[in-house]
Design a protein. Structure first.
Length: 632
C-alpha cells in the first residue's frame, strides 16, 4: 500500500465533493479540519486494504476505484480452511472500516481492491483527536455511523459497475457498433462515454499514450488521470479494447469493474489471444468479473453449443444477445446497471399452470423479464419464459405437455416411488425438443434461468444453472415418494420444494437484478381440527362417500398430508421470501388440486385474472418501470 500516493488536483476537487456528500451537515471550516487529518492512499488491483481479524487502526473513504468485501466463517478459520464469502462491493464515495474505530474490535471483514484505487485514510489517533476536540466533527462522524447501522442491508451483492471493458474474444465481432448500441441503451439510465485507444491518443495528443510497459511512467499516469476524470463525471464508461492483446487492451482489463467478453457464437469456441495474454492468470477473487456475451443473429430460434464456450473459460456468468434486437441490448443495459427484473415461480403441481396466466398479464403491461427461475413446476414454467419464444407457441406447447396428468404411470413395484416417472420424462423431453429444436442445456436458454432441486445425498438445496435442461427439470419436479429421484454426478436429486419452493433469495443473489417479481402458490390456512382423536381408517373411508357439505372430518388426504410435510421447512421461509419481492402475486387456487391438470385453461385464466387485478391495483405505485420493453 502506498501511503504517499501522488494525488492530482482533480482528486482534491473530487474528494471535497465526496466529503460534502458524506458530511453535508457540517460547515466548511469543520470539513477542512477533517481534510487536514486525511492521508492519501493508493493501492493496486488485487492488493488487500484490510484483513479480517486485524486491529482496526483507520477508516477509509474510496475516492476512485472499486473494492470487494469478503468474510470468513469462524469455524472455517479455526480449522485453517481459507474459504472467503463475498458479502459486497465498495464504490466511489463509500466509507469502509469506520466501525472498528468506535468499538476497538478487530476487523470483521477482508477488503481487497478489484482494480487500482485511490482512497483517503483517517488514522485512529487523528480520529480520537477529532472526537475529543471538535463537537461538530464528532457529531458528524457519529451520524455517519448511525446512518450506516440503520441502513437496510443491500439487496444485491454486486454494485453497479462504473467502467465496463468490452473485449472481443472471437473473430466477427463488430466492437464499435456493439459499443454504440449498448451506450444508446445505457444512456437512458445515465451519462455514458465510450473510450478506445484512438480517443485516448487524441485526447492526450500523444501517439505514445497507448505504449505498453516500455512507456514512460508519466504517460501512464496521464492516461490514468484522463480515465479517472471521465469516470468522475459519467455513470458509465465503456472501455473498448483493441482487436488483439495490446497495452491498451491490458489497461481495459485492469481498469474495468466488469468485463464483457464478446464472441460471435458461430465461431469456434477456442481461447482468443486476448484471453491468453490478459485474462488467463487473473485471480477470480480480486479481479473484475468476466461475463461471456455470445452474439447471435436476430432470426436464430435458440442458442446452441453454449457449454463448449463455457468449458474453456472460467467466467462469472454468460449472456445470449442478438445485437440487432433492441430488446436484447436493453436487457444487457439493465443487467449492467443493476436494474434488471427477475421473475421467480413457485412449485405447486397443476396450480403452477397459473404462472402462464400471470406472465401473460405482465406481458400485456409491458413488463420485461430479464432473468427467471423456479422450483418444481415453477422451474418448468420458467423455462417457457427463458426460451423467449412467441407466446402462442409457448401456450400450445404447454397445453400439449400438461393438458393431461403427466404422472399417471403407476409403478407396479413401488420400491422407490409410486409412479415410474417415465411419462413425465417423455413429456419434458418432448416439450424441450419442440420448444428449443434440440436436446438443449439450461445454459442454451435465451434468458438466464435456474431451477432449484433438493440434493438428497448431502441434505441440502441445490441450484442448477448448467447441464441438460430435461434432466434439470425432471430433478426439480421429482416429488419424493411419488417420483423416482434423478442421478446427477453420482448424487440423488429430487423436488426442490423440500428446501426452497419459492426461491426469491436465489434470484436476489443474481448479478444485475434490481427488481424481483414473485408468483407464489401457497394458499394454506392454519388447519383447526375440532376432534379429540384421529378417526379410524374405516371411519374416514365411509366419510368420503358422504356429500361434501355433510362430511364430518375435515382432515387432509394422505397425498396432501405427505406433500405438506415435505415442504414444511420451505413454507417456514415463505414470509422472508415474500418480503424480498418487489411485486408479489398469489393467485386464488385453494380449490385447485395438485393433480388437476385437466383444468389447464381454467387455471391459466385464473392466474391471468389475478395478475391483471394486482397490476391494476399497483398501477399508481408500482416499482416496475412502465417504460421497460415488452416481452417477446
Amino acid at each position: 500500500m502506498d501511503a504517499t500516493a501522488q494525488r492530482q488536483p482533480y482528486h482534491d476537487e473530487l474528494l471535497y465533493r465526496l466529503l460534502q456528500d458524506c458530511f453535508g451537515d457540517v460547515d466548511d471550516a469543520t470539513l477542512m479540519l477533517l481534510w487536514q487529518h486525511l492521508e492519501w492512499v493508493e493501492i493496486t488491483g488485487g492488493q488487500t486494504l484490510m484483513r479480517q481479524g486485524e486491529a482496526g487502526d483507520a477508516m477509509y473513504l474510496l475516492v476512485s476505484g472499486r473494492l470487494r468485501v469478503y468474510v470468513q466463517d469462524e469455524a472455517d478459520a479455526l480449522r485453517g480452511v481459507d474459504t472467503q464469502r463475498l458479502v459486497g462491493e465498495i464504490t466511489r464515495g463509500q466509507i469502509v472500516g469506520e466501525l472498528a474505530l468506535y468499538t476497538d474490535e478487530p476487523r470483521m471483514a477482508t477488503v481487497m481492491a478489484i482494480r487500482d484505487s485511490v482512497l483517503v485514510r483517517l488514522a485512529k489517533p487523528a480520529f480520537d483527536r477529532l472526537m475529543r476536540n471538535n463537537a461538530a466533527m464528532s457529531v458528524a462522524l457519529t451520524r455517519q455511523i448511525i446512518r450506516r447501522l440503520k441502513a437496510p442491508p443491500a439487496r444485491t451483492l454486486y454494485a453497479r459497475p462504473s467502467t465496463v471493458g468490452l473485449l472481443p474474444v472471437s473473430a466477427g465481432v463488430d466492437l464499435p457498433a456493439f459499443a454504440t448500441a449498448l451506450a444508446q441503451q445505457l444512456g437512458l439510465i445515465g451519462r455514458v462515454e465510450i473510450i478506445d485507444s484512438h480517443s485516448v491518443e487524441a485526447a492526450l495528443d500523444s501517439p505514445e499514450a497507448t505504449l505498453g510497459p516500455q512507456a514512460q511512467a508519466d504517460i501512464n499516469r496521464r492516461i490514468a488521470m484522463y480515465l479517472d476524470r471521465i469516470e468522475a463525471r459519467c455513470e458509465f464508461v465503456l472501455l473498448v479494447a483493441d482487436a488483439g492483446p495490446s497495452a491498451w487492451t491490458a489497461r481495459c482489463c485492469r481498469d474495468a469493474d466488469e468485463l464483457l467478453l464478446l464472441a460471435d457464437a458461430s465461431e469456434p469456441p477456442v481461447l482468443h489471444a486476448i484471453e491468453k495474454a490478459c485474462l488467463l492468470h487473473r485471480s477470480a477473487s480480486t479481479d473484475a468479473a468476466e461475463i461471456l456475451v455470445l452474439l447471435h443473429p436476430a432470426d436464430l430460434p435458440a442458442p446452441r453449443h453454449t457449454r463448449a464456450w463455457l468449458e474453456r473459460r472460467p467466467v462469472a456468468d454468460h449472456l445470449h444477445i442478438r445485437p440487432a434486437l433492441e430488446r436484447d441490448m436493453a436487457r444487457l443495459a439493465r443487467l449492467l446497471s443493476r436494474t434488471a427484473t427477475g421473475l421467480v415461480l413457485a412449485g405447486g403441481g397443476a396450480r403452477g399452470l397459473a404462472h402462464l396466466g400471470v406472465v401473460r398479464a405482465l406481458q400485456e403491461h409491458g413488463i420485461a423479464i430479464d432473468c427467471v427461475g423456479g422450483t418444481s413446476i415453477g422451474a418448468v414454467m420458467a423455462t417457457y419464459v427463458a426460451s423467449d419464444q412467441p407466446w402462442d407457441a409457448v401456450m400450445a406447447n404447454a397445453r400439449r405437455a400438461f393438458g393431461t396428468n403427466p404422472t399417471g404411470d403407476w409403478n407396479p413395484m413401488p420400491w422407490l416411488s409410486l409412479f415410474r416417472g417415465q411419462r413425465l420424462r417423455r413429456i419434458l423431453a418432448s416439450a424441450v425438443h419442440e420448444l428449443m429444436g434440440f436436446d438443449a442445456d439450461v445454459e442454451d436458454l435465451w434468458k438466464s434461468s435456474f431451477c432449484v432441486t433438493t440434493n438428497y445425498t448431502h441434505a441440502r438445496e441445490q441450484v442448477l444453472r448448467h447441464g441438460r435442461l430435461t434432466k434439470a427439470l425432471l430433478a426439480s419436479t421429482s416429488i419424493p415418494g411419488a417420483l423416482p429421484p434423478v442421478l446427477h454426478e453420482g448424487e440423488l436429486l429430487c423436488d426442490g420444494g423440500s428446501f426452497n419452493n419459492f426461491p426469491v433469495d436465489v434470484m436476489r443473489a443474481q448479478r444485475g437484478i434490481g427488481t424481483v417479481i414473485g408468483i407464489d402458490l401457497d394458499f394454506r390456512q392454519p388447519l383447526k381440527v375440532e376432534l379429540d382423536e384421529v378417526p379410524t381408517g374405516w371411519a374416514l373411508f365411509v366419510d368420503t362417500w358422504r356429500p361434501l357439505r355433510k362430511r364430518r372430518y375435515r382432515l387432509p388426504s394422505l397425498p396432501a398430508y405427505l406433500m405438506t410435510v415435505m415442504v414444511l421447512y420451505s413454507i417456514s421461509r415463505s414470509r422472508r421470501s415474500r418480503a424480498l419481492t418487489d411485486l408479489y402475486f398469489n393467485p386464488p387456487l385453494d380449490r385447485v388440486g395438485l393433480l388437476q391438470w385437466h383444468r389447464f385453461d381454467r387455471i391459466v385464466q385464473r392466474g391471468y385474472e389475478h395478475g391483471m387485478a394486482v397490476l391494476a391495483d399497483r398501477a399508481k405505485t408500482s416499482v416496475i418501470d412502465p417504460t421497460l420493453p415488452e416481452l417477446s
